[in-house]
Design a protein around this ligand. Structure first.
Ligand code: SAH
Length: 257
């Protein structure tokens, strides 16, 4: 990477979305991790209402839908992702109980205290972990669950290079114990946390990006911003490989009191 120090936020959002449109996932995760997180959640029935916030094209939503019987609304602010989401739901014949809508996680269009489960993989950072936990709680029934994955530090101290990188792109990254305490303060019982295995980054996220990067560079040949975005994505992957002992994604599952 040339040393312009771009953060992902400095790239045009439509360009980023176009990059990720043809990937199954838009962040680290896996069907196994989704199913494991789901295993901590009780009392779901075919009447349950579930929201998947920042659903992207719905990789994890379809896994959820195949493992629970309630109705799921996927919400994302990028219409291209939602179109793809709804096509995916139809292909799997889930369209009667899985629907994607365009919307903002900062202004959820649900009734207060209506949801049994709020799900969000690799997306709550867009609103911020604490703010998301606090605001989304209004939409959960008492006894309802929240399950979110969030980048977290594994150690108290870490090398400057990775600390600087994260401080620039997501200053709210913190240790697992701090995040659990934030969950408690927001009015949830912390039911479970687990670290996503490395394969959620390598096999399910970075490996498919090899093809995505190539297709994207072909499409945007000569576009310097697109090239820089791909360089950024390589840089992020290199940092993960170098510093994976110090950070990763963690699933946090809580129950509203
Ligand atoms: N859950 C998916 C996507 C994670 S990427 C997965 O794990 O693969 C983060 C997603 O959040 C993107 O799809 C992005 O479009 C969406 N997003 C970002 N800011 C948002 C906002 N303010 N409201 C709704 N969605 C948002």
């Amino acid at each position: 990477m040339n040393n312009d120090n771009n953060t992902i936020y400095e790239f045009d959002v439509n360009l980023i979305c176009d990059f990720f449109l043809n990937t199954e996932r838009q962040g680290p995760g896996s069907p196994e991790a989704t199913i494991k997180a789901l295993s901590f959640i009780e009392n779901l029935t075919d009447k349950s209402l579930i929201a998947d916030i920042g659903c992207g094209t719905g990789g994890q939503t379809m896994v959820l839908a195949q493992n629970v019987s309630g109705c799921i609304t996927g919400l994302d602010f990028f219409p291209g992702f939602i179109d793809k989401f709804n096509c995916n739901a139809e292909e799997l014949n889930l369209q009667d109980r899985v629907k994607g809508i365009v919307g903002s996680m900062e202004k959820l269009p649900f009734e207060k205290e209506s949801m049994d489960l709020i799900w969000s993989e690799g997306a709550i950072y867009n609103i911020g972990f604490e703010r998301g936990l606090n605001e989304w709680s209004d939409f959960l029934k008492t006894g309802g669950y929240i399950a979110v994955s969030e980048s977290s530090w594994f150690t108290q101290e870490r090398p400057k290079e990775i600390s600087d990188f994260w401080t620039q792109c997501y200053p709210e990254i913190d240790t697992i114990s701090t995040k659990v305490s934030q969950m408690q303060k927001a009015g949830y019982i912390p039911v479970a946390t687990f670290i996503l295995p490395e394969s959620c980054w390598t096999d399910h996220y970075y490996l498919p990006l090899v093809k995505t990067r190539k297709m994207f560079l072909d499409k945007y040949a000569g576009n310097r911003i697109a090239e820089k975005f791909v360089e950024y994505s390589h840089h992020e992957e290199e940092l993960y490989s170098k510093y994976k002992a110090f950070y990763g994604y963690v699933f946090y599952i809580g129950k509203k009191i």
